[in-house]
Design a protein around this ligand. Structure first.
Ligand SMILES: [Zn+2]
Ligand SMILES: [Zn+2]
Length: 235
């Protein structure tokens, strides 16, 4: 009822969010500007492929990545409202943003098709100290949301733990990030898992892919042969 009298302001443009908007924290006009990823996307990082598809063309977003996973999917390009949603969830505990991210996951046909194939959803872990500070791990929250899209074939398992508290990486080069991430993750022992199953690493954002790939390398070394990564946004 409160929404009727006091509509929320769109987190992207500040205008009131209409009741008809498909999202709760973003107005209809800003939702229309969200770039949702369709079926034409890079197999590794999930970034949309524009224009004419050439088989040999390398994706500029992951051409330097030597992936330990076989497939990557993402749902939106991280510009405008989606970037705000991630920020709101991570730094302002805004669970309305999480519900909008869930709505965007649900709108993605390629993602729903992929998840219907089942698997173990593995959140990219935060260091325990960071998780205590934040009160939650956004990747774990997103993994739970994804599990809800096909609960009969998906489940969340915290297979990985973060053993080193890596500093915030935004201003690092690729080489610095990779060095920093080396040995940052480990298998959560004792954890018995069926290596024949499909494992799906979950994170909020695909940037260079180095964090996800560091996690994938741990699982791959542990014997997992069927590995994918799913992120909310790319950018
Ligand atoms: Zn707006
Ligand atoms: Zn790519």
């Amino acid at each position: 009822m409160l929404d009727v009298f006091f509509p929320r302001d769109c987190l992207q443009c500040g205008e009131p969010v209409e009741a008809e908007s498909p999202l709760k924290a973003v107005c209809a006009a800003c939702v229309r500007r969200i770039h949702e990823v369709g079926s034409l996307a890079c197999e590794t990082c999930g970034y949309p492929i524009y224009g004419k598809v050439e088989v040999s063309r390398e994706c500029p977003h992951c051409q330097y990545l030597r992936p330990f996973f076989q497939k990557g999917l993402t749902t939106v390009v991280l510009r405008g409202a989606p970037r705000k949603l991630v920020h709101e969830l991570k730094y302002h505990d805004n669970f309305l943003a999480l519900s909008d991210m869930k709505a965007l996951f649900r709108r993605s046909e390629p993602l729903r098709e992929f998840l219907a194939g089942g698997g173990i959803l593995v959140p990219v872990p935060l260091h325990p100290r960071r998780e205590r500070e934040r009160g939650f791990n956004q990747s774990h929250e997103l993994a739970k949301v994804l599990a809800g899209l096909a609960p009969e074939v998906l489940r969340v398992e915290q297979v990985l733990k973060r053993v080193r508290d890596t500093e915030t990486q935004t201003q690092f080069t690729r080489q610095q990030r990779e060095k920093n991430l080396k040995n940052a993750f480990a298998i959560h022992q004792p954890f018995l898992f069926d290596r024949k199953l499909r494992f799906i690493l979950v994170d909020d954002v695909f940037t260079t892919g180095s964090t996800l790939n560091a996690c994938a390398s741990i699982l791959s070394r542990a014997g997992c042969k069927n590995l994918a990564v799913v992120t909310f946004g790319h950018g």
